[in-house]
Design a protein around this ligand. Structure first.
Ligand SMILES: *[C@@H]1O[C@H](CO)[C@@H](O)[C@H](O)[C@H]1NC(C)=O
Ligand SMILES: *[C@@H]1O[C@H](CO)[C@@H](O)[C@H](O)[C@H]1NC(C)=O
Ligand SMILES: *[C@@H]1O[C@H](CO)[C@@H](O)[C@H](O)[C@H]1NC(C)=O
Ligand SMILES: *[C@@H]1O[C@H](CO)[C@@H](O)[C@H](O)[C@H]1NC(C)=O
Ligand SMILES: *[C@@H]1O[C@H](CO)[C@@H](O)[C@H](O)[C@H]1NC(C)=O
Ligand SMILES: *[C@@H]1O[C@H](CO)[C@@H](O)[C@H](O)[C@H]1NC(C)=O
Ligand SMILES: *[C@@H]1O[C@H](CO)[C@@H](O)[C@H](O)[C@H]1NC(C)=O
Ligand SMILES: *[C@@H]1O[C@H](CO)[C@@H](O)[C@H](O)[C@H]1NC(C)=O
Ligand SMILES: *[C@@H]1O[C@H](CO)[C@@H](O)[C@H](O)[C@H]1NC(C)=O
Ligand SMILES: *[C@@H]1O[C@H](CO)[C@@H](O)[C@H](O)[C@H]1NC(C)=O
Ligand SMILES: *[C@@H]1O[C@H](CO)[C@@H](O)[C@H](O)[C@H]1NC(C)=O
Ligand SMILES: *[C@@H]1O[C@H](CO)[C@@H](O)[C@H](O)[C@H]1NC(C)=O
Length: 798
């Protein structure tokens, strides 16, 4: 199935464009919510009084328009509960209530909240952490009376979340998967809870730096920790006092790691030598595990502790060679705990279980029916006195090492009833070799390298059925990605580009915390100074400046989540419809400060909106047939899309009087340019300064733009085709070079696909289109420039 044909599937997808209309803002009134807070706290905080303005209360900060932006009441011996009206404080960014005896439920907070400090209180439950799209810090440590809870998956929408401090807060269950997908998460501190289960695989590649999971009070976290080796940002890892097992992985990719606490677990195997030579690693505890092999000796300044393990000797020095061979054998099996407990000391013939000896030589190994996973180690080859080797009735995978055929004394070798594969070695007649009950033995399993992770090409369930089953899923995913990609193209290009041309954005984030803001979905803002009629909408950037007249957005970008847009448009009520376009309906709305906005809710083309409209399109320039028919069709929108592409490529407006007549009309001029490919590089925006590869992409997009703006509607491609064309280009897309000032909204270190992935991550389950809309309905409004709106005209926006 073609994604094109599936485009109508996108029907519920909302594409929201924010058209900002400037009005004189009203002043804020948070008095009801603040009075409720005052009344709920016992005793009344000093410096708070119902008779003074709440912006003058000590610890309360307001924006110039008197919206409360932060409340600081730490260590004030306060008790009482938090009123639910706290969620009405629509500009609240920081709430610091740590070190009190506040109790009851932790209420819902407004989406504006960036930092929540609720530590060391007596809260008993958490209502909701949903919709906190700006949240950067969640600190809730030391709330021991909280009813057992888990970090709610709604936090996955908090895509800027950088710090989670929730030690001693009675968390139970497993570590949620979504934490690994939070791109900005740098600190995860969940010590002293009752967490169980394994480290989530989603941690692989995450940017977590501080990982505190130590001292879980119950059975603790368990399983292996190999995922750490792919968490290259790690600085501090505290896993002590858990039930982790398996080998310590090679962590040499984690170059910033300075503190690794692994004591009091059940780690087995050898201490990897790579660990002991990590330059920045200063502090390592390995005590009270079941580590084997030689005693590790640290180099340089590393502080290393390792008491209470299963090392072969009490002091440093190599192990006996036969012991080392036996440890390799155990290693093939994944260093199972049973062997770690028994195979201790420096003499393999000193009473190890499963091992038989003659003198000091190992002659028999009997590991039948132990439920072992893993592979048969080639190191058996070096046990030259071995006569009997029984490995039957386990779950061994991989192949049988060829070298075993040369064991001079081998008499009995049983590998029956495992899951071995590969070729069957040919043993001398003197060896009684049993290999039955290995369905894949003798079959060539592709990718089989004796690791047991071989492919399953011969799987009888076959691939033909499988691909059919997944086709729908794939199409769904592809379509989802396409749409996000399309939006990203708009947003990234335009924003990066705008940024280069204009002043910089102010930083978002809490300066107290020194946090840079990372915001997914820096949005599209269309500012029209005079209503909506016919003005080619533009993206704009503005310098941060005087906040006094436009306080809602002071301090930087503000996200407007879908919930808010729903609210201000009265759930997209018909009463608020301003007009309809080929792709959707435009609604009026009013933000709490009186700012009027228009919201375009875009639908996939389904023919429903070929309707007369008062609105002359929201972007680009209208197709010629609009003038004749006055009808906005999907093909009109394709035309407009083409114009936007042209605007992006050339950095010019659709109509620009600044240019001589023959160039003023962008479409006419650019289509002429397109006639000869060689002209394109000269026509593109000079600030793009593309390399050869990028230029190639730009040329392709230029051609697409040409097709989209074909004079006859039927000659224009449909949207699905346009998207199809753009996707492969996006794969190659790399962000523009970072400028000296940090960019906002878009992390230039990420490739576009990574960003897209980030957006997906912030959606929770990206498989439903409803959720998908969420990621790009967070619209950032750049801060107001001084003199705005007077200085703003369409020629400012490029
Ligand atoms: C909070 O806002 C809701 C609706 O926006 C309103 O019904 C409620 O009364 C407000 N609460 C307070 C305490 O202001
Ligand atoms: C709040 O404080 C400002 C400056 O400190 C003062 O001018 C104003 O009168 C105060 N307002 C009230 C209601 O106390
Ligand atoms: C904490 O709350 C519990 C009940 O939930 C109460 O028994 C206890 O006294 C409270 N502790 C403090 C220090 O307020
Ligand atoms: C930890 O949680 C388990 C259930 O998940 C419970 O049985 C156990 O009592 C808890 N342990 C502590 C110390 O709270
Ligand atoms: C090493 O770990 C110990 C115990 O956790 C801690 O007290 C100490 O400060 C750490 N030292 C360094 C250099 O990290
Ligand atoms: C090694 O340590 C164990 C227990 O700590 C002790 O019993 C044994 O004698 C020590 N061996 C040597 C050679 O020091
Ligand atoms: C042990 O093995 C060595 C060779 O690895 C051999 O020389 C020696 O005789 C063997 N000892 C016994 C008791 O089999
Ligand atoms: C092999 O593993 C499977 C599932 O992991 C288990 O059901 C089976 O009992 C195991 N077989 C043996 C022989 O241990
Ligand atoms: C064998 O592998 C399964 C699944 O991979 C795992 O659950 C089980 O614990 C392993 N068994 C042993 C003995 O390692
Ligand atoms: C056997 O021992 C020799 C000498 O110690 C070593 O070079 C070789 O790698 C070992 N073979 C295996 C398969 O471990
Ligand atoms: C046995 O191995 C095959 C492929 O190597 C795999 O598909 C299958 O799941 C394995 N069976 C068990 C019980 O582990
Ligand atoms: C297994 O098949 C691959 C190609 O599919 C071939 O290259 C390889 O030699 C085969 N191995 C054996 C042991 O037959």
């Amino acid at each position: 199935m073609q994604p094109t044909r599936n485009l109508p599937l996108l029907h519920p997808v909302l594409l929201l464009f924010l058209l900002l209309v400037l009005t004189t803002p009203s002043f804020g009134d948070d008095s009801a919510a603040m009075s409720a807070l005052l009344a709920a706290l016992k005793p009344t905080p000093s410096g708070w009084s119902p008779t003074t303005a709440y912006c003058n209360w000590s610890g309360v900060s307001c924006s110039p328009s008197r919206y409360v932006t932060s409340i600081t009441l730490s260590s004030k011996s306060l008790s009482g509960t938090l009123p639910s009206s706290i969620s009405n404080l629509s500009s609240l960014a920081t709430l610091s209530l740590q070190g009190n005896q506040l109790s009851g439920t932790i209420p819902a907070f407004p989406p504006s909240v960036q930092a929540l400090y609720l530590d060391s209180n007596n809260f008993t439950s958490v209502t909701s952490l949903a919709g906190l799209t700006n949240l950067q810090t969640l600190s809730i440590t030391q709330n021991i009376n909280l009813a057992p809870w888990s970090l709610p998956s709604s936090l996955s929408a908090s895509s800027s979340l950088a710090k989670i401090y929730a030690g001693s807060s009675n968390l139970v269950g497993t570590i949620p998967d979504f934490l690994g997908s939070l791109q900005s998460l740098a600190e995860l501190r969940l010590s002293y809870n009752n967490l169980t289960g394994a480290l989530p695989g989603s941690f692989s590649g995450s940017s977590i730096q501080f990982l505190w999971l130590n001292n879980q009070v119950g059975a603790g976290l368990s399983g292996g920790i190999s995922v750490l080796s792919s968490m290259q940002q790690l600085s501090q890892v505290w896993l002590q006092k858990n039930g982790f097992s398996g080998e310590i992985p090679d962590l040499s990719n984690c170059v910033n790691l300075f503190d690794l606490q692994l004591r009091d677990n059940s780690f087995t195997g050898l201490v990897p030598s790579s660990l002991l030579s990590m330059k920045n690693l200063l502090n390592v505890s390995l005590d009270n595990n079941k580590l084997q092999g030689p005693v590790p000796s640290s180099s340089g300044s590393m502080k290393l502790t390792y008491d209470g393990n299963r090392f072969c000797r009490n002091s440093s020095g190599p192990c006996d060679s036969q012991v080392m061979i036996m440890l390799q054998v155990a290693g093939g099996l994944g260093y199972p705990l049973t062997l770690a407990d028994s195979w201790t000391g420096n003499d393999a013939c000193g009473g190890w279980s499963f091992v038989g000896c003659q003198g000091t030589n190992v002659t028999s190994i009997t590991l039948s029916k132990q439920g072992f996973n893993g592979t048969i180690s080639p190191a058996f080859v070096n046990l030259t006195s071995l006569r009997t080797l029984l490995l039957n009735n386990n779950n061994l995978t991989g192949s049988i090492p060829q070298g075993l055929t040369s064991l001079p004394n081998l008499q009995v070798f049983d590998v029956s009833n495992n899951n071995l594969s590969g070729t069957v070695p040919v043993f001398p007649a003197s060896v009684k070799f049993t290999s039955s009950g290995n369905p894949f033995l003798g079959k060539n399993i592709t990718g089989d390298s004796g690791s047991g992770s071989g492919g399953n090409s011969s799987s009888p369930s076959g691939s033909s059925g499988g691909s059919k089953v997944s086709a729908g899923v794939i199409v769904g995913v592809v379509v989802g990605v396409l749409i996000v990609v399309l939006i990203m193209l708009f947003v990234s290009y335009k924003f990066l580009y705008v940024k280069r041309k204009h002043t910089k954005f102010s930083r978002v984030g809490n300066p107290e915390l020194g946090l840079p803001a990372t915001k997914t979905g820096a949005g599209m803002v269309n500012a029209l100074n005079n209503g909506y009629a016919g003005v080619p909408s533009e993206l704009q950037s503005q310098s941060s400046g005087d906040h006094s007249e436009f306080p809602v957005f002071d301090g930087g970008n503000v996200s407007i989540p879908i919930e808010v847009l729903r609210q201000v448009t009265n759930n997209f009520s018909d009463d608020n419809i301003l007009g309809r376009g080929g792709f959707g309906v435009v609604y009026r709305g009013e933000l709490h400060d009186g700012t009027k906005i228009a919201v375009k809710r875009m639908h996939a083309p389904d023919g429903k909106y070929s309707v007369e409209t008062r609105l002359a399109g929201t972007f680009g320039y209208l197709a010629p047939e609009y003038a004749a028919t006055g009808r906005v069709t999907t093909k009109v929108d394709v035309f407009a899309f083409g114009v936007v592409l042209m605007e992006l490529i050339t950095g010019r407006k659709a109509l620009d009087d600044a240019f001589p007549d023959e160039k003023a009309h962008l479409v006419t001029w650019f289509r002429r340019v397109l006639i000869n490919k060689e002209n394109i590089p000269k026509a593109i925006d000079q600030t793009l300064n593309p390399d050869e590869e990028t230029l190639e992409s730009i040329i392709k997009v230029s051609e697409l733009a040409g097709h989209c703006t074909a004079r006859e509607p039927f000659q224009r491609p449909d949207m699905g085709h346009a998207v199809n064309m753009l996707v492969p280009l996006v794969e190659q897309w790399k962000p523009l070079r970072q400028e000296e000032d940090e960019n906002e909204g878009i992390d230039l270190h990420m490739s576009l696909p990574q960003m897209v992935q980030g957006w997906h991550a912030s959606e929770g389950t990206s498989s439903t289109f409803d959720n998908m809309s969420f990621s790009y309905t967070q619209v950032s409004i750049p801060p107001k420039p001084s003199g705005f709106p007077d200085s703003f005209s369409s020629s400012d926006c490029r």
